[in-house]
Design a protein. Sequence first.
Length: 303
Amino acid sequence: MFIKNTYFASIENFLNYFLPWDNYGLNHGNYIYRGHSKTSYKLIPNVLRPENRDSLLHFYHDRPEEKDKLKTQLYAEINIINSFFKIADRRGLKLPVSHILRKGQIDHSWILSIANNNGVWLPDDLHEIAALAQHYGIPTRFLDWSHDPFVAIYFALENATAESDIHIWKFDTEKVRLMSMFNNELKLLKFITPPYYDNPNLNAQQGLFTHFETILSSDSLSVRDKAKVDRRPLDERIYNSIDDEFKQEQFFECITLEKGCAGRALKYLKDFGYGPSRIYPGYKGVADEAKRMHFLDARLTGL
């Protein structure tokens, strides 16, 4: 099956499932993980989520009919990244090298120049700055993952409510890499890992990103353009990209912990060493963990 669904009602069995020495043991080397605090969440990057279209409305000159046009979407995306770059640069913060942003020639004609050369979006030159911006809350086409399943579990539990199950997505990256050797569509799926050495949060979280590139063309971005924004979830895009004979292969596993368990699971996770001070190295993470030690009982009651 393309997506295997695994369900746990027991917190202990759920957490044990991710231990490589447990009876359920997994080979973690080929997999990456992402946590969702609600079952309604899909594997869609923030900037492409349908519910976020209205937040970009000012880029569409308050014309709602523009919201699903690819050209307008790309213009909105690059403007957000460019604003992050310019503000951080003015404040003297260290930034990845981006020749495109450093030149400061970001406009519709620049996007059209990429399309005229049948280039891809997002250009390689912008990957590292987009990854940095994404890590600090800027919406991009990147989707966050972790090599460490317990980091994914932490983020799912941290934002969970008493009324929702949580999902941990497990993604077989090696299967995609092997299949992409013979599949041009899958060649567009990139796994992006920025340098860890200068990003303590990303290092602690063992983070990386997936990005499905879009091939641009002059026809798709013409004045009469009909090209629409592709908002399909990652799993759906992969499924639609592969031949029927491979659709019974397992690419993903969606592992569910039933609702009402998040509070106790979060306490177990903290005792296992996955608390704010580990996820967010530095004084802020330490302070958050210290405060939680005194308010944990109240949190458990709520979850």
